[in-house]
Ligand binder design. Structure first.
Ligand code: MCA
Ligand code: AMP
Length: 514
């Protein structure tokens, strides 16, 4: 007999025996027990099941962070459907693309956005649109309240889809990375061990829940250890510091660490109850790593992952026997390939590179995704003949096995942990009246790590106002994608092939926010 490979079944199996213990405590004074999570996910799963959705139906969700939003994610798994989280910053053109591409059977949005989101959804053929607000109201909860709190977890095979995460990978339009129950479960089980999750651990959850970091790494980590979460609707450095004496684990993108360090309340004493600080999603500057050590006495554990792969590498929590028992977390590196993950560095020509040499990072393992949603050719392009996924990240492996990421082959800017694809922003700028061409480049920024700067050339005889470019984009795209500065210039630097030399632009503007 095969066992149910549904990720929810595995998470549920680790709920503590005392179901009346607190599972989630929120920043507005609410307490949810493990029984509450079980019953709420059952009700919502029963509601989804009652809709008679086809197998593999997508549930697309754009809602503010709340425990009920997490319950919706877990209920979608529980019912055996596919979860599609969407950043709350996305505006109508972005949502129209995702919904049009994924063709979800169910869309859930906040009541405030129901008008425009439901219009897009119904046009795309979505059968059901519900609302869910961050104050425990909305039609989804009203409907779910009519259903029972018992539900048998839907049977799933390891290869069945659990989630689709939109990402642009290397170039072009956003692609839906298809993650299976097996991808997520294997990663969660391995990380529980690798990061030394312990009885009594408490996680401060301060990240958004529409990307891998907050939705999978953090939530799965706590649930599969039966650990309580202190749930913050938004990241607030003062609140995180105030909660540290009640917690043991924190996960954040580098910007969160930079902002915590800017608060004088972050002291050795404030962090003394904490066991582990984990950083990822973007490069953690060595200065931040060292300052954190000096201020708190803790060494941040940096790890590296992708939407397509969940977690790939990590600095060690304790001595890693595979590497001569070294326990050291090395700043500036992303640590070792995680157990089960094969990682290699290759030249552009496909040759394996020796220790210390820089090339494209390729990976293989049970965590690596099933491919891009309805894009078989694109999927094939991103895998090598022997089944390794080309990450688009450029790096090296040293003689001790530590992986360092030195850059990206893909034209991607990571700003405060969010991805910005220059081609997308450039296409919007190029549509504006009077614009001949544009280039978006990432430059260093003290808070967001990296931000976009737009460089624009006008058509002969036309005038383009930099401020107008920014204002126009603000009405069209998610706020984090808006360039922090725009220059209108006479020409763009080009190589002999006529291609814009973005490296020269990056160099020219690198001290803009210094
Ligand atoms: C907000 N703003 C930003 C960003 N966030 N600008 C650039 N980059 C950003 N990330 C701008 C807004 O546009 C706005 O500008 C102003 O800042 C205030 O917006 P607000 O939303 O209030 O900002 P905030 O609350 O201070 O947010 C900053 C933040 C947030 C907390 C750092 O960006 C965040 O939660 N980032 C984490 C993202 C994350 O979870 N990534 C994980 C991806 P204006 O006022 O001009 O409109 S998962 C992943 O990458 C992988 C797989 C992995 O390895 O984990
Ligand atoms: P996403 O498309 O949101 O999944 O972003 C994945 C990308 O984030 C990776 O391909 C890397 O470029 C980057 N990334 C994640 N973690 C790290 C890290 N610790 N250091 C440097 N880059 C990282």
């Amino acid at each position: 007999m095969t066992t149910n490979q549904n990720l929810f079944a595995a998470l549920r199996a680790q709920f503590p025996a005392d179901l009346d213990a607190t599972a989630v405590e929120t920043d507005n004074g609410l307490f949810y027990t493990w029984r509450d999570l079980d019953h709420a996910t059952a009700r919502m799963a029963n509601l989804l099941a009652s809709l008679n959705l086809p197998a593999g139906a997508r549930v697309a969700v754009q809602v503010e962070k709340s425990v009920e939003a997490m319950v919706l994610y877990l209920a979608t798994l529980r019912a055996g459907y596919v979860f599609l989280p969407l950043n709350t910053a996305y505006q109508s053109a972005e949502i129209e693309y995702f919904i049009g591409n994924a063709e979800p059977a169910v869309v859930v949005c906040s009541a405030a956005n129901f008008g425009w989101v439901s219009k897009i959804a119904f046009k795309a053929g979505t059968a059901h649109v519900f609302t869910l607000n961050d104050d425990r109201t909305g039609s989804l909860l009203e409907r779910a309240a009519h259903f029972g709190d018992q539900h048998e977890v839907a049977p799933c095979a390891a290869d069945d889809l659990a989630a689709i995460l939109y990402t642009s990978g290397t170039t072009g339009r956003s692609k839906g990375a298809m993650l299976s129950h097996g991808n997520m479960l294997s990663n969660a089980v391995m990380l529980k061990d690798y990061w030394g999750w312990q009885p009594g651990d408490v996680l401060i959850h301060a990240l958004p829940i529409f990307h891998v970091h907050g939705l999978f790494v953090a939530i799965h980590g706590a649930l599969i250890n039966g650990s309580k979460m202190i749930w913050l609707a938004k990241f607030d450095p003062k609140l995180v510091i105030r909660k540290m004496p009640e917690a043991t684990v924190f996960m954040g993108v580098p910007t969160l660490y930079v902002r915590l360090l800017a608060d004088p309340g972050l002291t050795r004493e404030a962090a003394s109850h904490m066991r582990l600080f984990i950083a990822g999603s973007a490069p953690l500057l060595i200065e931040t790593f060292k300052e954190w050590q000096d201020r708190t006495g803790h060494t941040i554990l940096e790890r590296y992952g992708m939407s397509e792969t969940i977690m790939l590498t990590s600095n060690p929590y304790v001595a890693d026997a595979r590497h001569g028992g070294q326990a050291e977390r090395r700043g500036g590196t992303v640590g070792f390939p995680l157990p089960g993950v094969s990682l290699r560095v290759q030249s552009d020509e496909g040759a394996a590179l020796p220790v210390g040499e820089i090339g494209g990072i390729q990976v293989k393992g049970p965590n690596v995704f099933k491919g891009y949603w309805r894009m078989p050719e694109k999927t094939a392009e991103e895998f090598t003949a022997d089944g390794f996924f080309k990450t688009g990240d450029v790096g090296k492996v040293d003689e001790r096995g530590y992986v360092t990421i030195v850059g990206r082959a893909k034209d991607l800017i990571i700003s405060g942990g969010y991805n910005v694809y220059p081609a997308e922003i450039e296409s919007y700028i190029n549509e504006m009246p009077g614009v001949a061409e544009s280039a978006l480049v990432g430059v260093p920024h003290p808070d967001f790590g990296e931000v976009g700067v737009a460089v624009v050339i006008a058509k002969p005889g036309a005038t383009v106002e930099a401020a107008q470019v920014i204002t126009t984009l603000k009405g069209q795209l998610a706020n984090f994608k808006i360039p922090k500065h725009c220059y209108v210039v006479a020409e763009l630097p080009r190589n002999t092939m006529g291609k814009v030399q973005k490296n020269l632009l990056r160099d020219q503007y690198k001290t803009l926010f210094a």
